[in-house]
Write a new protein. Structure first.
Length: 406
């Protein structure tokens, strides 16, 4: 029987649902960093009570998790290429927007065509496999946390052990060879955008805490792996280079490094990162009117403005869990996350024409989850009203409702 059918059968008995809700209420809050632990604990209680507010999103999550039960874990060992280190355990990928130079013999070195993805990146599967692992772990772990179905936790653990722990398949804790440019380098700081999803992985691990099949040794081994990776992030040439990036790369670096620092117990490092973000991210990436000049300069500027706002929202969530308020922080000359969101609202509404370069079609419905969260963070229902106009009834199944509880 499908997991979601079993779950809703249990929920059908009101008394049992109340008993389960009480039982879950007694468990410790999950150790997650990109969402509010108290909120998702309340969401779990709402799911068990068959609350109509979250039911569509939960049903969709369960369907997604059920599909993943048939997916085999992936690893960095699936590539046929050898990294420059000659160790296949090292992650490697190619720069997305770099193409052969038609004016040079052999096309080397490759040249940048911003916004145009070179399909050659798919010849090395590490990037796609990393994304698949991140999505699978977070989806399965979250489905387990909300339903108690251990088949989800068991499979999430398989993905984690394959990618990080098993000696035959584990990834080495570095991105020395990420987003290489042929004829120019073997890896570069910008490659760390590939690993931004690792922040969601450590949240997924926190959601597995109640699963007995996830052992203390598993947990300790993951902490060791991420401790080594954090050291690489903070000290390596590529890590330091990405930390100095003045666009979305820098913000996602902060999210990644900050979440991992919290996971391994280095809250002092995480707090320093989010405090510094006031000046080096908000103060330098957002204009007083809310514009984001580095993102607006891209050939797919609409997508990158939204992408960087997503990064800022995640960083604000992380900061809140450290007692630092980036949601409402504002520089002396008025730069803020909220100002960046308000800058783009007229374009989302269609009241202003986008005059910046945009070589690909952009769907403003991608702002749906950001607008819903903004409506809560800023106690402003107009953001939610706009979100619903973008997606209508379809939006009810968006996973964001399981993170916000409404």
């Amino acid at each position: 029987m499908k997991a979601h059918r079993v779950f809703w059968t249990i929920i059908g008995t009101g008394l049992l649902a109340l008993q389960l809700s009480f039982c879950f209420a007694q468990t410790p809050l999950p150790k997650v960093f990109l969402v509010d632990p108290g909120t998702i604990a309340r969401v779990r209680a709402a799911c068990l009570a068959n609350d109509a507010t979250v039911r569509p999103a939960l049903v969709r999550l369960i369907k997604d998790a059920d599909k993943l039960l048939d997916a085999a874990p992936v690893s960095v060992m699936e590539k046929t290429q050898l990294p420059p280190s000659s160790d296949k355990h090292d992650y490697m990928s190619l720069a997305r927007y770099y193409w052969p130079d038609p004016k040079k013999p052999g096309g080397l070195p490759y040249i940048n065509r911003d916004g145009e993805t070179n399909p050659e990146i798919n010849t090395i599967p590490d990037h796609g496999n990393l994304g698949q692992m991140v999505s699978a772990v977070h989806t399965l772990a979250f489905a387990y946390y909300l339903t108690g179905n251990e088949s989800y936790a068991k499979h999430a653990a398989r993905f984690l052990r394959t990618w990080f722990l098993d000696t035959a398949t584990r990834m080495n804790p570095n991105l020395n060879f990420a987003q290489a440019v042929k004829g120019l380098d073997t890896g570069r700081p910008w490659g760390l955008i590939d690993s931004r999803g690792l922040a969601h992985v450590v949240d997924g691990i926190g959601l597995l805490a109640g699963y007995k099949g996830w052992t203390a040794e598993d947990q300790n081994s993951m902490v060791r792996w991420f401790s080594q990776y954090l050291e690489w992030l903070l000290t390596s040439k590529n890590g330091l280079g990405e930390s100095r990036a003045s666009n979305n790369h820098g913000v996602f670096y902060d999210v990644q490094a900050g979440a991992i620092a919290m996971f391994v117990g280095k809250t002092d490092i995480a707090r320093r990162i989010v405090e510094d973000a006031k000046e080096i991210r908000i103060g330098k990436q957002i204009e007083p009117d809310g514009g984001q000049p580095r993102e607006l300069a891209r050939t797919t500027s609409q997508g990158y403005v939204r992408f960087n706002l997503e990064a800022f929202f995640l960083l604000a969530n992380l900061s809140a869990n450290l007692g630092v308020d980036l949601w409402n922080y504002q520089t002396e000359d008025g730069r803020s996350i909220r100002k960046a969101l308000n800058w783009v609202v007229p374009f989302i509404k269609g009241n202003k024409e986008w005059t910046y370069k945009q070589i690909k079609k952009f769907d403003t419905a991608e702002y749906y989850p950001l607008l819903l969260q903004a409506s809560i963070e800023y106690s402003n229902p107009s953001y939610a009203d706009l979100a619903w106009k973008l997606k209508g009834a379809q939006g009810a199944s968006d996973r964001i409702h399981l993170f916000l509880g409404k």
